[in-house]
Each structure stands twice: as C-alpha cells, then as structure tokens.
Write a protein that binds this ligand. Sequence first.
Ligand SMILES: C[S@@+](CC[C@H](N)C(=O)[O-])C[C@H]1O[C@@H](n2cnc3c(N)ncnc32)[C@H](O)[C@@H]1O
Length: 260
Amino acid sequence: MLLDLLHWLVQPATLAARRLGHAGDSVRLASRSRRCRAAWAPHLAAAKDAVRAAMADLPRRETAVVLGAGLLDDVPIDALAAAFRQVVLVDAVHPWRGRWRARRHANVVRLTFDLSGTADLRLGRGETFGPVLPPVCREADLVISANLLSQLPILPVARLEAAGRLGAFTDPDAFGQRIVAAHLAALADLSARICLVTDRDETEEDRDGRPIARLDLLYGIDPGPAPRSWDWVLAPFGEEARDRRLVHRVSAWPDWRPPA
Ligand SMILES: C[S@@+](CC[C@H](N)C(=O)[O-])C[C@H]1O[C@@H](n2cnc3c(N)ncnc32)[C@H](O)[C@@H]1O
C-alpha cells in the first residue's frame, strides 16, 4: 500500500491523468502484474504472439502504433522496434516500467492521449465525446489495440455513476457501450492492419471451478469471431479472495476486420 503510494507520487503522469484516476490504475496494474507474474505469463506470451503474427507478412513497415501500451508487458517491443521505422506508444500514462523496456530504441516515441474520448467530459470541460484515436493512426501500417478495449469504459463509467450525469449522458451501461463501440468503429475506419487483443468476459470461480458470477466486459458489443482465444487468470486464488479466482476470456485478431 505504502509502496503503491510512493509509486503513484513518482509516476510520470500528467495532472489530468492523476485527476482522472489513470495514474492510480497504472500503479495498481504494475503491482498486480508483479504479484501475479506466474499466472499471467501464458496470457502475456499469447498476446505477444498475436502481435508477432500481425507483423509477419506486413509489406510496409513504416509506422506501428500501440494503443494502451502501458507497461509493455504484452507487447513485443524489441521486435516492433526492429521491424518498423517508427513505433508510437499511446496511453493515458506511460509508467516507468514501459519506459525502461523501450529505453534502447531511439525510434520508439510516446504519446499521451485519452483513447476513450471522454477526458473533457470527465473533467467538466466539454459536453460530448472527443476524438478516440490520435491522428498518427491514419498514417500507420499497423495499429495494435493491446488489452485496452475492456479497460476504456471502466473509469468513465465509474465517474458517471458517481456524478449521476456527464454532459448529456446519464445511463452508465449505454455510456460504457458507446465507448467500446467508438473504439471499434474508429479502428474499422483505418487503412492500417489492425491487431486487436482484448478480454471479453470475466468469470468468478470457486475452487471446484464452479462459476459464481459472470460479467460481459464489452457491454454487449461483439468484435466478431476470433481466430485465437485463451483464458487469463487475472486474479488467482488468494489475490482478491482466498477461495475465489477471476478468469478472463481473451480473444486476439492479428488482422481484425469488423464483423459483416
Ligand atoms: C490492462 S492495460 C493493457 C496492458 C498493457 N498493454 C501492458 O502491457 O501493460 C490497459 C492500458 O490501457 C490504458 N488506458 C486505460 N484507459 C485509457 C484511456 N482512456 N486512454 C488511454 N489509455 C488508457 C491504461 O493506462 C493501461 O496502460
């Protein structure tokens, strides 16, 4: 707890990212990923593998963009930096661990951007959604959405629930659904190859593997049939509760297209 507080204080985050809760979330993600290293290893390896598959036969390799780059736990940054002239890492916060992992690559740049399009709404500076992708995505050859999609609605929906209203938005589920849909619509509109990796639902299980609760992390939005899927033990027994664990179903599309 105290370590997390210190980590938050030295986190290289903007004032807006601190006010909006992204800095705190990034600290908690880093702590959990350290604690759950063994449980997360197969998931991180599978996610990296999907990105490698997306790069494999790409004819033009000028610019790759990583959305939700974060700690770079699930992104093969060395392979990307070697393959592309430029790699742009996009996140609300670029924590020290991600910076450290990319430190050797002069062609890796960082961009701080709110990918939910709701920062102004949440800061009381606007009445509606802002852009959900930075302009660099338009000129990219590969855009990777790296375990980001399910995360996008979390803080905005919590803010709406606490405030009761954000701009014209009052229904948390409709708001969450709109954020998820906006990300997929913006990706679908790009000419780049899209590599989409996302968790889709969460199951809480007891020690006998019985499901206790299930949660649709994408608010009913279906990105389509996935060529790759796996389970990610997000919280093994003992992490959140002694006799309960949280398992996320993850899907990956090395070459995602919107469902017809
Ligand atoms: C579960 S992590 C993804 C894992 C990440 N690829 C890694 O290897 O650490 C989700 C990432 O999305 C970022 N994120 C969440 N909401 C965001 C937003 N509105 N705008 C930009 N980034 C956001 C978080 O800061 C975090 O780094």
